[in-house]
Ligand binder design. Structure first.
Ligand SMILES: [Zn+2]
Length: 306
């Protein structure tokens, strides 16, 4: 074999490799997830068989998202679309219609017992009564396990050949979630009862508080689409002073100015940023669903332990 034929062979191999890579990319299940937390969960269960596009990316606010023509195009070519449900993504129907999406729609929160809002839990203007579901169900890891089961079943329906892969990935991920659940309880159980209260800008931690025994106070309601009322802010300032709440938390998706103002007026310290409705970028402190819990729990225990 001379030099020339070796180089021809090299080219042939390179071309074959390129073709097979292109084929495997084309063979992947095209999934779209509405927001970054769900996108990570889909990627964990889908593994190598699934290509995930996330519409509302890191640090993005899905409550007030406006889909673009590029989002509609991504959805049009997708085989499966994962959404949170519980009214979180008010823009889904419009996007589905305008994209002509004909694939499988998976509502990740299906089967979760929703928390509903009432005067007790809603700290906005008092204008909303107990009819609205709180969409932030992923903030309880027990619900996260329900999301994973729905994602697994949705992927199997869309791609039956991958059944054993999805089942294995989901089982491994469910184990990791269960382990994190134990870690979260162990860490938060060290907090004194009197300090088990956190303040965030919008009411995204209702499920977290219910699951892990913390009281959550927020000047904004469960969505971010309207500003906190002056009355709600004044009420929170009174609550912080009366209960001597040591720290307030900003969120990665909301403007920190309101909480800065509340901290200044009450002397409470800013206990760091909590990741509520979106992950951080890959190089940040909360690039995955489980990293988000680790980060949030560490910030809360550091700020509230006496
Ligand atoms: Zn939210």
């Amino acid at each position: 074999m001379n030099v020339r034929s070796v180089s021809c062979l090299g080219w042939a191999v390179a071309i074959l490799l390129a073709l097979s890579n292109a084929a495997s990319a084309a063979d992947k299940v095209k999934a779209v997830a509405s927001f970054s937390i769900l996108g990570d969960m889909v990627a964990q269960v889908g593994g190598d068989r699934v290509e995930v596009v996330t519409l509302v990316g890191p640090n993005g606010d899905a409550h007030v998202f406006s889909p673009t023509p590029a989002d509609a195009k991504a959805l049009a070519s997708a085989g499966i679309f994962f959404v949170n449900g519980l009214g979180f993504e008010g823009w889904i129907e419009w996007l589905k219609r305008s994209s002509g999406f004909e694939g499988e729609l998976v509502i990740a929160s299906k089967g979760v017992k929703p928390l509903t809002l009432n005067e007790e839990r809603h700290h906005g203007d008092g204008g909303e009564h107990g009819e609205t579901a709180d969409p932030h169900a992923w903030q309880d890891l027990a619900n996260g396990k329900i999301y994973v089961a729905n994602i697994r079943d949705g992927l199997i329906a869309a791609d039956p050949e991958g059944k054993s892969v999805y089942e294995a990935n989901a089982a491994k991920y469910l184990d990791a979630i269960a382990e994190e659940e134990r870690a979260v309880r162990a860490a938060l159980n060290t907090l004194p009862a009197a300090r088990r209260k956190i303040i965030t800008s919008h009411d995204a931690f209702g499920y977290f508080g219910t699951a892990y025994g913390l009281e959550i106070v927020a000047p904004q309601g469960v969505t971010t689409d309207s500003e906190a009322s002056a009355r709600a802010v004044a009420k929170i300032i009174r609550q912080i002073r009366q209960a001597k709440i040591p720290a307030v938390f900003i969120e990665n998706i909301t403007d920190p100015r309101l909480l800065d103002q509340i901290a200044r007026e009450t002397g409470a310290k800013i206990g760091g940023a909590l990741y509520s409705d979106a992950l951080s970028k890959p190089d940040g402190p909360a690039p995955t669903y489980l990293d988000m819990f680790r980060h949030n729990v560490e910030a809360i225990t550091q700020a509230l332990s006496s």
